[in-house]
Write a protein that binds this ligand. Structure first.
Ligand SMILES: CC(C)(COP(=O)(O)OP(=O)(O)OC[C@H]1O[C@@H](n2cnc3c(N)ncnc32)[C@H](O)[C@@H]1OP(=O)(O)O)[C@@H](O)C(=O)NCCC(=O)NCCS
Length: 172
């Protein structure tokens, strides 16, 4: 069923975000098992095609349940990752989390920030959420740079899976 919010497909200047679909599995497996992703950001034991399939399945289920979720990101029609919103426990509290993961071939072009900016607009203007958070391991400088470019503020540092994680937040 299409989302009641009319956000199954969104567009930015260079990218399209669309609701994830089972056919994204091969691209997700390729992107999420890429050895160029730093061990601290995405530990090797998570880099399996099974794990990628599970994540895609969870994203599809999230959309079905809530009418929003992370978008599959397309560049010129090609899947280059995901970026968007989901319900999550962050620092032990329920929150709406903004998350991203892009194909290493396309890092450093501002794509994660571009799609996340549109995700924040949807969060505040369409979903009428009050607060969005993002979390990453403290040494993930690229992810932190995205959070900072989005105007999010560092509000907490918590231990998660045995590693310090920073929590950033933005209010409507
Ligand atoms: C994090 C990620 C999504 C960023 O995607 P991206 O499209 O390259 O991000 P953007 O280009 O919008 O912004 C990246 C910023 O990080 C900066 N950056 C990249 N590596 C950096 C580093 N090692 N130290 C400091 N800054 C860094 C870039 O310079 C850029 O900032 P700038 O525009 O001010 O120059 C991408 O690196 C990725 O998918 N990483 C693997 C998965 C991951 O870590 N996901 C997040 C888990 S919480």
């Amino acid at each position: 069923m299409p989302s009641d919010f009319g956000i199954d497909r969104i567009a930015t200047a260079r990218l399209v975000g669309r609701r994830p679909e089972p056919n994204d599995a091969a691209a997700f497996a390729r992107i999420l098992t890429d050895a160029r992703v730093a061990e601290e950001a995405w530990p090797e034991h998570l880099r399996t095609a099974d794990r990628a399939r599970e994540m895609l399945k969870d994203m599809i289920a999230h959309w079905e349940r809530w009418g929003f979720g992370p978008w599959t990101v397309l560049l010129d029609g090609e899947v280059i990752g995901y970026d968007g919103l989901r319900h999550a426990d962050v620092a032990g509290r329920p929150a709406i989390e903004l998350m991203w993961f892009l194909d290493a071939d396309h890092w450093g072009q501002g794509y994660a920030t571009e799609m996340a900016r549109e995700a924040l607009r949807v969060a505040f203007e369409v979903l009428e959420l009050d607060r969005v958070v993002a979390e990453t391991v403290d040494v993930n400088h690229a992810s932190r740079a995205v959070m900072e470019k989005l105007g999010m503020a560092h509000v907490d540092t918590v231990m998660h899976a045995g590693l310090p994680h920073v929590v950033y937040a933005l209010r409507r």
